[in-house]
Write a protein that binds this ligand. Structure first.
Ligand SMILES: [Zn+2]
Length: 280
């Protein structure tokens, strides 16, 4: 059965670990993520944004996730990433996603609280969890999201009033970075953690170096979102395969190595977040 963020994350507020949340682009990514998580004994959060969810259909993603979670020996969360409207969220809940994010980061504070509360209320009826955002994590090369650090006082009020299960904060990262040059403002993160009881979420974590990811383990950050690193690994390996094997047309043959490259990245990031093969 699929797990929720509410079930998975709070345990890592005090533990020296955080849970990796990885973005899916194609269906075989689900298998890659579950296999990687099982090999390290780690919970896994799989997430799709509304565009990817819509492309294959919410029900198809929900069904696939449920099937693989049923056989997995680690908790698996199926999460809708960055919905800035409620319509995709209602679709995801109907399709059996166990978790959703309402991203009201571009809205005035009161509107963000109001809509997040509405989402929390509706998700509760499905037993699903809700992530929200305060402050705004920008996107490299796009002007759709402003760049605004999270204010600790505002975060405290937002978490209390909205009732969200976990809170994404802006403390120095940027989405879609391909270099590991972002720098977390740990002092600001600490101030937020002192005021906010729910687990915190960092977006844009591909931009963080190894030492920064390791440092997050000891903080109240329990969910670490990583997407770009997987795509860079997969796409790079796929380009090499297409060039090396111009006559190969069997899809599974062509994507074998790209999927392996993606899995290596997932394993590496999970290890940095504190997960190691359990010793028996
Ligand atoms: Zn994000």
């Amino acid at each position: 059965m699929l797990a929720t963020l509410k079930e998975v994350l709070p345990a890592y507020l005090e533990e020296d670990a955080a849970v990796g949340a990885f973005n899916l682009a194609i269906a075989p990514d689900i298998r890659v993520l579950v296999e990687a998580a099982e090999s390290l004994g780690a919970p896994i959060i799989m997430q799709v944004g509304p565009a990817v969810a819509e492309f294959m259909g919410y029900n198809a993603w929900g069904e696939l996730a449920r099937e693989l979670a049923a056989d997995a020996n680690v908790p698996v969360v199926m999460h809708l990433d960055h919905a800035n409207k409620t319509e995709p969220i209602w679709k995801a809940l109907d399709a059996g996603f166990s978790s959703v994010m309402f991203d009201g980061s571009q809205l005035p504070f009161r509107d963000n609280v109001r809509i997040t509360r509405e989402v929390v209320e509706r998700a509760g009826r499905y037993g699903a969890s809700v992530e929200a955002e305060i402050g705004s994590v920008a996107y490299l090369g796009k002007d759709t999201h402003k760049d605004a650090l999270t204010d600790p006082e505002e975060a405290e009020a937002f978490a209390l009033e909205s009732g969200c299960d976990c809170l994404a904060v802006a403390v120095g990262t940027t989405h879609m970075m391909k270099t590991q040059t972002a720098s977390i403002r740990f002092e600001l993160l600490g101030e937020i953690a002192e005021r906010v009881a729910v687990p915190l979420v960092i977006h844009g974590s591909t931009g963080l170096g190894d030492d920064q990811l390791q440092r997050l383990r000891a903080t109240h950050v329990c969910k670490v979102n990583i997407g770009t690193a997987l795509r860079v690994a997969f796409d790079g390996a796929l380009r090499a395969e297409l060039e090396a094997r111009p006559r190969e047309h069997i899809f599974l043959e062509l994507v074998k190595r790209p999927l392996e490259a993606e899995k290596e990245v997932v394993l590496e990031k999970m290890r940095l977040l504190g997960w190691h093969r359990p010793t028996i």
